[in-house]
Design a protein around this ligand. Structure first.
Ligand code: GGG
Length: 375
């Protein structure tokens, strides 16, 4: 996000690996395997934080965790959440805390259907599903502002307040405009300003103000409910979407389904100042399949590609994506995509494909690979 020298110039690359809960360790080990196929000097630090840590220590992360993360170039994360830990405790003790305290104001989520991956929509294919969601990532409905009183009494009250600041909205919205300008020149603003009294009308105003800086981008204001329907009925009409924290969270699960399922979707949590970004598959911990070797590691591998791109390693990022595309086309495939392969089988295949592409000469091999994110 800055014009500074790419982090790739610094050696070794210090990557914090935060496998987390459920299937997180299974998918991140494959993403790490893929990156280790390059001749990159990566210093991995594995952090055992998450629900098991909570059971032992009463917190999801140790004191000083955020400062430890700051000492890295990037964080590669798996998933968070476990049925034995209250959800708000797990999320606010780890992922939401990291996003806020590292001020990772953007969550960029490409949703592209790769060749060979079955699409749940009849008659639709890769040409129809190629979008990027830009989600505001530190405030909105997940600002953490609110309270609960009179617990257990009939008068019990729970309040969560949506917080939109001009600062937080503007920076996410401006990034989305830049991305739209690089892509098809259309930005879809996911809003709900017909029913929201204050917050979304303000959000829309900020979109309209920032739009003045980008006369070449056409903005369309679409109510989030109508956008959900349109993602199903006419997904090809959607390219770059800018959304609040909650709407972005929900819309990107729908988009993940369109790109073949939660196992395919990747994300980059990035900030506007120097410091580590956090890269994680969109899926959660999937406790129902954890430990069985069934999870699809594609979202984690794609997230690792976004991480390389953010670190300035564009050619390596494109190689990972090209390798993932080849494996999606030719197999092996995990069972969510109709195959029988294990998580490790897919990781091994992508790693082998990276090796094959590298032996061909990286730049030639990845020519034409579309990096979806402008970072
Ligand atoms: N790898 C993503 C993950 O663990 N997600 C769990 C979750 O519910 N996250 C909420 C969010 O992304 O805001």
């Amino acid at each position: 996000m800055s014009d500074e020298m790419p982090t790739a110039m610094l050696r070794p690359l210090r990557i914090a690996l935060l496998p987390g809960d459920g299937v997180g360790p299974e998918v991140t080990v494959e993403a790490r395997k893929v990156l280790d196929a390059f001749d990159l000097d990566i210093l991995w630090t594995e952090l055992p934080w998450g629900s098991a840590y909570w059971h032992e220590h009463g917190t999801m992360m140790p004191a000083g965790a955020i400062d430890s993360l700051r000492a890295h170039d990037a964080v590669l994360m798996g998933a968070v959440g476990d049925p034995t830990v209250p959800d708000p405790e797990a999320l606010w003790g780890l992922i939401l805390k990291i996003r806020q305290e590292l001020d990772l104001g953007l969550n960029v989520r490409p949703a592209r259907l790769l060749e060979g991956v079955p699409c749940p929509l009849a008659g639709r294919g890769p040409a129809d599903i190629d979008m990027v969601f830009v989600r505001e990532n530190t405030e909105g409905e997940y600002a953490g502002v609110g309270g609960r009183v009179h617990r257990g009494h009939p008068a019990e009250v729970a309040i969560d307040t949506t917080v939109f600041t001009r600062f937080g909205c503007e920076r996410a919205i401006r990034y989305a405009f830049r991305l739209a300008r690089e892509r098809r020149g259309v930005l879809t603003n996911a809003t709900k300003s017909n029913a929201s009294r204050y917050a979304y009308p303000f959000w829309d105003e900020v979109v309209d103000e920032v739009a003045l800086e980008f006369p070449e981008v056409r903005v369309e204001r679409v109510l989030v409910d109508a956008l959900c329907a349109r993602l199903i009925s006419n997904p090809a009409s959607v390219d770059v979407v800018v959304a609040s924290n909650l709407f972005g969270d929900i819309l990107t699960d729908l988009a993940a389904a369109l790109q073949g399922g939660m196992g395919m979707a990747a994300s980059a949590n990035i900030g506007f100042q120097p410091g580590p970004g956090l890269f994680e598959p969109v899926h959660g911990s999937a406790p129902d399949i954890a430990g069985r070797g069934w999870a699809n590691p594609s979202g984690a591998i794609w997230s690792a590609a976004l991480m390389l791109e953010h670190l300035g390693l564009r050619s390596e990022a494109a190689t990972v994506l090209a390798a993932l595309e080849s494996v999606c086309l030719a197999g092996p495939r995990t069972r969510d995509l109709g195959g029988e392969a294990s998580t490790a089988d897919v990781g091994d295949a992508v790693t082998a494909e990276v090796g094959r592409l590298l032996s061909q000469g990286q730049d030639a091999a990845v020519a034409g690979t579309e990096l979806a994110v402008l970072i």
